[in-house]
Unconditional design. Structure first.
Length: 392
């Protein structure tokens, strides 16, 4: 073959390949990439969130020769403090990620403020993340029947107590309409119902301690929150926009038809805006593509299923690495993108409010927090955004 003819054919081949590459779909799968060790923060040992992390870690070890180190966190702040400090790559917690985004409750202090949290995946299991477990002998058939009843108030757990306030609002009730019974922790909350000090406690539908109430002489009942009452649903979601109507079919005394409640993601796997995009992409991809291998290996693990993700109801923006995978498999919709952009805007409003407040903020701890909450609420209201201000 003449040299010039060979060169002409070679150039033509290159031109064809270049055009072919240009028209390749953006959703071409990419390889996963992991370091030797990945670290998550999670709820303490023995919880569903911790057990699920261990089950996912087994997949990483077997399939990718990567160790997943799970660091248990005793409270809301500790789980996110390790993420912010770079001691873990991701955090598998609950509503504390939303409170951190908002800079409220435990995150209203000067050392915190609004955080650039990014969602990766949400677990919506067959149970629920938080509802009222009541003693059957207290005759609480509906949320309205909570009026005058004794409800546990968990010291040092503002997220739990705020969730209680939100569910009470379903029936236009507040903490002033019930009798708060102060307890020192979650297990103490169950004990208060068992020993007759309280009539109701809040928690996940499948929380093992509720089995103790079921087996006790008092018995167990779940008052439902019917989804057909649109105004009542709106009141709950005005307080907790990340809580969604949910039918729980898992938990003591719950039958196959389930009960109408609300639920939030638990665990809620999050990163920060600065988290490595390839690592986030890889983690999301592996968890979804190996879902069938771990879904039965820990209580509630089936809630990670791809068809249970609620992108258009999210209250935290997603990480670009997660979005890349969702687009790759064709499940990132226009509605999901609109919600994502609105959540990004919300975080920007919060960050701008924080930056404006800090220079002249008071040094006193309580004065700082109260001043920040006022500044925060004012900025959100001016932007036409929900403030979450009531009761905080």
């Amino acid at each position: 073959m003449a040299p010039m003819k060979f060169i002409a054919r070679f150039v033509a081949l290159l031109s064809f390949l270049s055009c072919w590459l240009i028209f390749l779909p953006a959703s071409v799968a990419q390889e996963v990439s992991f370091p030797k060790t990945i670290a998550w923060s999670a709820y303490p040992t023995g919880t569903g969130g911790y057990s699920q992390a261990v089950a996912i870690g087994n997949i990483l070890q077997r399939q990718y020769s990567t160790n997943l180190r799970v660091i248990p966190g005793r409270n809301d702040v500790s789980r996110l403090a390790t993420l912010r400090a770079g001691r873990v790559h991701f955090s598998a917690g609950g509503s504390e990620s939303v409170y951190a985004q908002e800079g409220i409750l435990n995150f209203a202090s000067k050392i915190w403020g609004p955080q650039p949290v990014r969602a990766m995946l949400s677990n919506y299991s067959d149970a629920c993340s938080f509802t009222f477990a009541t003693a059957a002998d207290a005759n609480i058939m509906s949320i309205a029947d909570m009026r005058g009843k004794r409800m546990t108030f968990v010291q040092g757990a503002p997220s739990l107590n705020n969730a209680t306030a939100a569910l009470l609002s379903y029936a236009n009730l507040t903490w002033d309409d019930v009798v708060p019974v102060e307890v020192g922790g979650y297990n103490a909350s169950i004990d208060a119902v068992l020993n007759g000090r309280a009539d109701a406690a809040g928690g996940a539908c499948n929380s093992p301690p509720f089995l103790r109430i079921e087996a006790s002489p008092r018995g167990l009942r779940w008052p439902e929150l019917p989804h057909a009452d649109a105004e009542a649903v709106a009141r709950v979601r005005a307080r907790l926009p990340w809580y969604v109507p949910h039918v729980a079919i898992e938990g003591p005394t719950i039958n196959a038809e389930g009960i109408e409640v609300f639920s939030s993601a638990y665990p809620f796997l999050v990163a920060l805006d600065s988290s490595d995009e390839t690592l986030v992409y890889s983690m999301v991809k592996v968890m979804l593509e190996h879902f069938d291998e771990f879904k039965g290996n820990a209580p509630g693990a089936n809630g990670w299923a791809i068809d249970r993700q609620k992108f258009d109801q999210a209250f935290v923006p997603y990480h670009p690495g997660a979005i890349r995978y969702f687009k790759e498999i064709g499940i990132w919709s226009e509605a999901a993108e609109r919600t994502h952009q609105a959540n990004l805007q919300r975080q920007q409003v919060l960050q701008d409010a924080w930056d404006a407040y800090l220079p002249g903020a008071p040094e006193d701890y309580d004065a700082f927090e109260q001043g920040w909450l006022r500044a925060r609420e004012s900025s959100l209201a001016a932007a036409g955004l929900i403030t979450l201000g009531e009761g905080l």
